[in-house]
Design a protein around this ligand. Structure first.
Ligand code: BEZ
Length: 398
């Protein structure tokens, strides 16, 4: 009997006490107690968001390694699927991780459309626990919220809502918004546009490009013709590099200031080069935040993965692992105690490189939003735009 439990002495003692009276019936945890905890990962490792998926995965594993490579005293096994950023394949992929791989937890995704599919399936099933380390779909912690769904990144609304007043305060009175035509871009542009108009400005055109197309020339001609005071954009990864370069090459950068949610310049400062210089964005993280966790995180990450490689996506992956470590510590590795894991995760304080944060009732981070600018290839904080900003969680009934 003891061999079943020798990886977790506390559970052995608890169960041994109970079995004296009740007779010994091995629980699922007793049988699986020494088996590795399986993390099913659905992230992009190809295409325009590949850098995002890799950064999240690297930092998630790095955080687990920092904690001795164990979750609640158990070793960890990873099973990863490349999401290919495919919404049609998302259901099949997540079902593969749950039913075939029998993952104990699901980490993913990056893309808002995939997040909505995952949240519908996993929320309805009630298990396992899903941690969204990037995708900002408002619905994931809004209308699709569920006790077993957590997010360590942001809602699309959170990243854009402070951009409107920031652009207005900089003296701009008209903007054009431009983004990819899917949930993330549509929701960010809506929050930016509405907050700009509430501040007193006018949004004169919304341009939507199919995802993940990087054909921008016709749109840049429209911007040049309409001459707004500023442009507000969402693109990320490889597509962001192309947009920044095309904007500069079209001669627009010197004439019409470019703004965006932080993803426009995050993690692409080097390849975008001069095209990213001076571009101002709003986000919940800046590389130069002076807290000790951030300094330690950047040093460790860049030692392993290369100078200048840390970014907000890695931060969100790192924090997803910190969240899971707290949940699993609360139950000593018993993944069957899902209620206790959820309650420990819901009340967790995450010591993040972005600064300490907690979760809202709908399991979304309550966090600061900063105005940043790229200077000499690095993100620099200009201003704190909001402290402890909480997503309104529209439609969340859980
Ligand atoms: C999204 O689809 O939610 C997303 C993708 C990349 C960066 C930020 C958000």
């Amino acid at each position: 009997m003891t061999t079943i439990f020798d990886g977790d002495r506390r559970h052995f003692l608890t169960l041994a006490g109970a079995t004296a009276a009740a007779g010994f019936i091995p629980t699922r945890f007793a049988i699986a107690g020494n088996a590795p905890v399986k993390i099913g990962i659905l992230l992009p490792y190809s295409g325009t968001y590949a850098m995002l998926g890799e950064s999240i995965t690297n930092a998630f594993k790095m955080r687990i390694d920092e904690a001795g490579g164990k979750l609640g005293g158990r070793s960890v096994e990873y099973v990863a699927i490349d999401s290919e950023m495919s919404v049609p394949k998302a259901g099949q992929n997540v079902n593969k991780l749950i039913s075939k791989q029998k993952a104990d937890f699901i980490l993913g995704p990056v893309h808002s459309g995939i997040a909505a599919v995952m949240a519908k399936i996993i929320g309805k099933k009630g298990s396992p626990i899903m941690i969204d380390p990037n995708a900002g779909s408002n619905a994931v912690t809004g209308a699709l919220c569920a006790p077993n769904i957590f997010r360590t990144s942001f809602s699309n609304w959170q990243t854009a809502v402070m951009a409107g007043p920031a652009m207005y305060d900089a003296g701009h009175r008209t903007i054009i918004t431009i983004s990819w035509k899917y949930g993330a871009g549509i929701q960010m542009m809506q929050a930016g546009r509405e907050s700009f108009e509430k501040a007193g400005g006018k949004s004169v055109k919304d341009i939507l490009n199919p995802f993940p197309s990087v054909e921008f020339q016709a749109h840049l001609s429209t911007i040049a013709d309409m001459k707004p005071d500023a442009v507000f954009a969402f693109f990320s990864g490889g597509g962001a590099i192309k947009f920044l370069k095309d904007y500069e090459a079209a001669g627009l950068k010197a004439k019409i200031p470019l703004y965006g949610t932080g993803f426009l310049t995050e993690g692409v400062e080097k390849p975008a080069g001069s095209a990213a210089e001076g571009v101002q964005t709003t986000l919940h993280y800046v590389r130069d935040l002076p807290n000790e966790t951030n300094k330690r995180f950047i040093a460790n990450y860049e030692k392993q993965f290369g100078a200048g490689k840390s970014n907000v996506f890695a931060v969100q992956g790192y924090d997803a692992a910190s969240l899971l470590l707290q949940g699993m510590a609360a139950v000593d590795g018993d993944v069957g105690a899902q209620g206790k894991i959820i309650s420990a995760m819901g009340s967790a304080v995450i010591d993040s490189p972005r600064g300490k944060f907690t979760f809202s009732k709908s399991h979304n981070p309550v966090q600061n939003i900063y105005l940043r600018e790229v200077r000499n290839g690095k993100q620099v904080t200009l201003k704190t735009l909001a402290k402890g900003l909480e997503d309104p969680a529209v439609g969340c009934k859980a």
